[in-house]
Design a protein around this ligand. Structure first.
Ligand SMILES: Nc1nc2c(ncn2[C@@H]2O[C@H](COP(=O)(O)OP(=O)(O)OP(=O)(O)O)[C@@H](O)[C@H]2O)c(=O)[nH]1
Ligand SMILES: [Mg+2]
Length: 311
């Protein structure tokens, strides 16, 4: 893209034009060097948004909760955007699309975007930090990031969010599942949604016990809240505890530490993507068609070549 159109793209983002934002996010989602040029220009306008991760098993009620949070946060003066990290699973892909339409109709001021999967599980949320920068440059100051259930992806949310909400449902085994996925330790606020169903109170106790056994480090004591997202019940408390967690971190110095971890993770992801591109080229350089044939017949050993390159 020529310089002029990159400049006008940045201007469009700064003016909060929906099309420019969408275009910019697509550009930074891609691992081309172009994304770095765009990020270079956006950087001075970024870094200020409060990022909230909403994670949990498929169908736990993350989107419904998000839908309930938006008007309350807007009322508090936040300019809200939503990123839904979509693992393009046949179960959730449609749901996110459906959500989008519903969102778009009701909240015209709110920007909603799903980020596509790029294959590998670990790479799923790598598009999030650059997309966040685009949204920040556009003036959004609270970004809700919905990530669906697979283990690594859920855990990665810690590196993109300042506050992580874990949405559980009162079903036998949900706490155990979350523990196995390694998500229990990283949540800052626990939400037991669908509290209209039986067993929510029991689950709260079960979770509290699990957390005590886990021996969390001293400091923030994560609340366990009951909600009925479909009925809007308990949502005000979620907002209050979310913002309380932000305040706590800012006062305790945890904020700065966490931001540094996020930054390192973001940069590592970018470098990882860049190296991945280089790996393809390098492989072809080190191993041309003729060499591959030789290796297949056993006439040549491939590994010393890589070793030599490493040295
Ligand atoms: N009974 C009950 N149902 C709820 C509640 N909250 C959400 N649901 C329903 O649960 C279903 C899933 O809700 P979603 O908000 O789409 O869940 P999600 O976690 O975003 O789902 P994925 O994005 O597909 O992982 C929907 O049918 C909701 O109406 C609740 O508090 N009680
Ligand atoms: Mg959803």
């Amino acid at each position: 893209m020529p310089r002029v159109s990159l400049d006008s793209l940045v201007e469009g983002v700064r003016r909060r034009e929906t099309r420019a934002i969408a275009r910019a996010i697509s550009l930074v989602e891609d691992s081309s060097p172009m994304r770095l040029e765009l990020l270079t220009q956006l950087f001075p306008h970024t870094g200020h948004a409060y990022k909230v991760g909403i994670t949990g098993a498929p169908g736990a009620g993350k989107s419904t909760l998000t839908y309930q949070l938006i008007p309350r946060l807007t009322q508090q003066g936040f300019r809200v955007a939503v990123l839904a990290v979509d693992p393009t699973s046949p179960f959730s892909g449609g749901a996110i699309l459906g959500d989008r339409i519903r969102f778009d109709e009701e909240f015209r001021e709110v920007y909603i975007r799903s980020l596509a999967s790029r294959g590998s599980l670990g790479g799923l949320s790598r598009g999030v930090p650059p997309a966040v920068r685009v949204l920040e440059a556009a003036g959004y100051d609270l970004i809700l990031i919905e990530t669906v259930g697979a283990g690594q992806l859920q855990v990665d949310v810690r590196y993109v969010a300042d506050t992580v909400l874990l949405v559980l449902v009162p079903e036998a085994g949900d706490v155990v599942q979350a523990m196995k996925a390694g998500i229990i330790e990283i949540a800052d606020v626990y939400v037991i949604n669908k509290a209209d169903r039986e067993g929510a109170g029991r689950m709260r106790m079960e979770l509290r016990n699990a957390l005590e056994l886990g021996g969390r480090p001293k400091g923030w004591n994560p609340p366990i809240l009951l909600t009925e997202a479909v009925n809007g019940k308990g949502i005000d408390e979620v907002v209050a505890h979310m913002l309380e967690h932000r305040r706590y971190q800012q006062e305790s110095g945890g904020w700065h530490q966490r931001r540094r971890e996020q930054l390192e993770w973001e940069l590592q992801s970018l470098i990882h993507d860049a190296l991945e591109r280089q790996a393809k080229t390098l492989t072809r350089q080190l191993f041309d068609a003729q060499t591959l044939e030789k290796i297949l017949t056993g006439a040549e050993n491939p590994f010393p070549r890589i070793l030599e390159w490493l040295r």
